[in-house]
Design a protein around this ligand. Structure first.
Ligand code: ADP
Length: 504
């Protein structure tokens, strides 16, 4: 950035040879590049061709007057500094020249030191103004870069197909893109600035965004996606995350919205299809099953053992198919929101006792001990769909029996945990390895290994349990150690439970 002395070019324009040569010697010695002109017109040509940084200009020259040359230089490039070199007699002219833009003047004859001081001062001025110019350029470039970056980010956000909104720590909307306005049906001229609940029709989502904005959800992975419906029938999925600053402090929330109406429609069509097909298959299958049972009964002691065996296998298979169909029907009822719609008061102790009594035969067949452990104090009444509760605990206890080897034990323990009633189904069976634990609630997921090889099932039991619990505001968790056993824990709200949520 700094122009060194030897990088500066000085034109010495003077008709006196002694002055020209003397100046050249002095200036070259301190590192400047020097060119010389004896006439005004020559000086002008050199200025044009070489663009010197500094011109030492005699006012009285043949060819062209110094003042004229000065005017020419000022017009061509005002950054070129001009030092007027003048005899005492023309001080007034020098002052006039200063008024016309000359930078300094030096009287003739001059001492070498005088010349050095004047020229060095001018050189310093040149350096400083060049530095300032570079800084200015840099500043302009940085600002331009920032502007470009800002408008680039802005353009990207504006043109995202998904809706995006941003809130501050007071949960006020500070930014939303056109897709967001369109998805939330807010109208194109909706403006940010108000509180989030003024824009979002879903109370639970507004609450979640407010909490995220206030920094109550800093663990990104724990923030659930939220699905909700608009009055127009449109379905949206929202995902929110905190916006964190340099020191990991929460600055607000960013939420993105996707239209999942089509997914919901496809889902509904799929479950309607499954439900129709299952309905159609259910009665013929149960007829086949019953008829097979009758035939097998009639053939005992009469048909060859081999044939009886084939028929028995066929009967087992139809039983498996029947239970698959029943599970599929349950699943589609859950999908369609057809369960838990009319909760009734339920006495959980009684319900569990009857399930345990019913399944005890199955446990005894495997020489297992099945026990129900109830709290001493009576449990609060639950508001729930008793059929859903039967399905939940029937599935869990039947699984515990199925996945526990002969001679094992299963305990169903009930107690109160805060505002929830807690039911734990504990077995000392085969257990579930860590890698399967997160997946056993997926539809059709079954653990396939040596221990489960001969156990038949549909892989729909646990998804049904989970779906039913979600519909009634409960939750399920599982802990398990392979080879030692499993604990399935169900929490049900003791306060009046939520009714089944309407789905499309
Ligand atoms: P299904 O029992 O019909 O296979 P589920 O959805 O009820 O389907 O269970 C999914 C899988 O979870 C089972 O295949 C089994 O591997 C595992 N599982 C469920 N309950 C237990 C349990 N109490 N002990 C060990 N494994 C279990």
């Amino acid at each position: 950035m700094n122009k060194k002395a030897d990088e500066l070019t000085i034109l010495v324009a003077d008709d006196e040879e002694d002055i020209r040569d003397g100046a050249e010697r002095i200036l070259q010695r301190i590192g400047y590049r020097v060119v010389k002109a004896a006439r005004g017109d020559d000086a002008q040509k050199l200025v044009e061709a070489l663009r010197p940084d500094l011109v030492m200009l005699d006012l009285k020259m043949p060819g062209r007057d110094g003042i004229e040359v000065l005017k020419f230089i000022r017009q061509m490039d005002p950054r070129i500094l001009v030092i007027i070199v003048t005899g005492f007699a023309t001080v007034e002219a020098a002052i006039e020249a200063m008024k016309r833009g000359a930078y300094d003047f030096i009287p003739k004859p001059f001492e070498p030191d005088q010349l050095r001081i004047v020229v060095n001062r001018a050189a310093e001025k040149i350096r400083l103004s060049r530095e300032a110019e570079l800084l200015e350029q840099e500043k302009r470039r940085t600002l331009a870069d920032l502007d470009t970056e800002k408008s680039r980010v802005h353009t990207i956000i504006e043109s995202l197909p998904d809706g995006v909104l941003v809130t501050n720590t007071s949960a006020q909307l500070v930014l939303m893109n056109p897709a967001c306005k369109q998805l939330l049906e807010l109208g194109a001229d909706a403006k940010p600035g108000r509180s989030i609940e003024d824009y979002i029709p879903d109370e639970a989502l507004s609450r979640l965004i407010t909490e995220i904005s206030q920094g109550k959800h800093l663990d990104f992975d724990d923030i659930p996606a939220h699905e909700f419906a608009l009055s127009s029938g449109k379905y949206l999925r929202a995902r929110g995350q905190p916006v964190l600053g340099d020191r990991k402090e929460c600055l607000g929330a960013v939420v993105n919205f996707a239209d999942i109406t089509t997914l919901k429609i496809v889902d509904r069509l799929k479950s309607e299809f499954v439900s129709k097909v299952s309905h159609e298959l259910r009665s013929p299958l149960s007829t086949i099953h019953e008829q097979l049972a009758t035939v097998i009964g009639d053939l005992v002691d009469r048909a060859p053992v081999q044939d009886q065996h084939i028929l028995t296998r066929a009967k087992e298979k139809t039983k498996g198919m029947s239970s698959l169909i029943n599970d599929l029907l349950d699943m589609s009822r859950i999908d369609e929101g057809l369960i838990c719609r009319e909760p009734r008061p339920v006495l959980l102790e009684e319900l569990l006792r009857s399930i345990v009594d019913f399944l005890d035969a199955k446990a005894q067949a495997k020489h297992q001990v099945l026990t129900l452990v109830l709290p001493e104090a009576p449990l609060p009444e639950l508001q729930a769909d008793p059929l859903a509760l039967e399905s939940i605990f029937g599935n869990l206890i039947a699984n515990a029996i199925t996945y526990t080897p002969d001679g094992g034990s299963i305990r169903v323990e009930v107690d109160l945990a805060g505002v929830n009633v807690r039911v734990r189904v504990i077995d000392n069976g085969i257990g579930i390895a860590e890698k399967h634990l997160a997946r056993i609630f997926e539809r059709f997921y079954r653990v396939k290994d040596e221990a489960t090889r001969y156990i038949t099932g549909t892989g729909l039991g646990l998804p049904i349990v989970k779906g039913l619990l979600e519909a009634m505001g409960g939750i399920i968790e599982v802990q398990s150690t392979p080879g030692e056993g499993s604990i399935f824990t169900v929490l049900l709200p003791a306060a009046p439970a939520k009714t089944g949520e309407q789905k499309p």
